[in-house]
Write a protein that binds this ligand. Sequence first.
Ligand code: C2E
Ligand code: CA
Ligand code: CA
Ligand code: CA
Length: 279
Amino acid sequence: AKRSGRNHYQLFEAAMNTRASERLLLAGDLRKAVEREEFFLCYQPQVCLNTGRITGMEALVRWRHPDRGLVSPAEFIPLAEETKLILPIGEWVLRTACRQNKAWQMAGYQPMRVAVNLSACQFGQPNLVAMIKKILADTGLEPRYLNLEITESITMNNVERAIATMHEINELGIGISIDDFGTGYSSLNYLKKFPIQTLKIDQSFVRDMSDLHHDAAIPTAIIAMAHSLNLKVVAEGVETEVQQQMLRERGCDEMQGYLISRPLPSDEFERLLHSMMTA
Ligand code: C2E
Ligand code: CA
Ligand code: CA
Ligand code: CA
């Protein structure tokens, strides 16, 4: 028994080492990916639950690795955050999303918001606001057509500073959304102090609103609370008609999810815009 115990431990240790060296390899590749521009953005429409019209889209980054193929952001964003490579990647995402949105406006599509995800470590950068300002100036995108998605975790280190940064972003004319709402730990007291405009209901709560369970307790509470604070509510991960109907009945403002569309590369997203315009 003792022997097999040790073997198990050795196996475990070997697995840990493989994982660690895997990550080291991937981190090296990630550094090169920034220089080689192996990233691209997909866009997922956000739709008004009353009118069915596209009001905006979320930009989601993708990494086309030369050997591994497509690597999911769930895999490389945490690594990018640890290695601080999220700073150049995040700046590239922001610039590309703003440039693309402006290009669609210039092409004659109805102006929409583009939502961009910001990591906590980007949010803590002293030059963040100046960087955003520069990108808007360079691309010519009006600030009201940009939205920034942050999670409750950005306030973990220094709440007062985070709130001050949010105010500066608001003063530029840019809206802020709290992403994955309900999964973090920010108190309702903070929420009232945050200069934000939108709450995004996390997809785990939307998933509970299945044909089987009909469990809408949390989305119902979030929508009521958000509206009493004058915030807009976006539900994410909407996959079924039942979920859409339950959200609409509860007054949710917008939704995003596979029911409408998966995140699409820019050319496919443009085709979607085109088909909706001519529909
Ligand atoms: P997120 O910001 O919560 O984005 C929503 C995720 O849900 C996306 O995964 C999207 O593809 C997926 N999704 C959308 N609709 C549905 C649906 O109906 N059903 C299901 N099951 N999933 C749906 P994705 O693109 O893999 O991104 C994962 C996470 O990676 C994002 O979660 C975000 O936290 C992070 N991420 C993605 N792009 C960026 C970026 O440019 N910057 C930063 N900092 N983080 C990013
Ligand atoms: Ca998001
Ligand atoms: Ca989310
Ligand atoms: Ca998420």
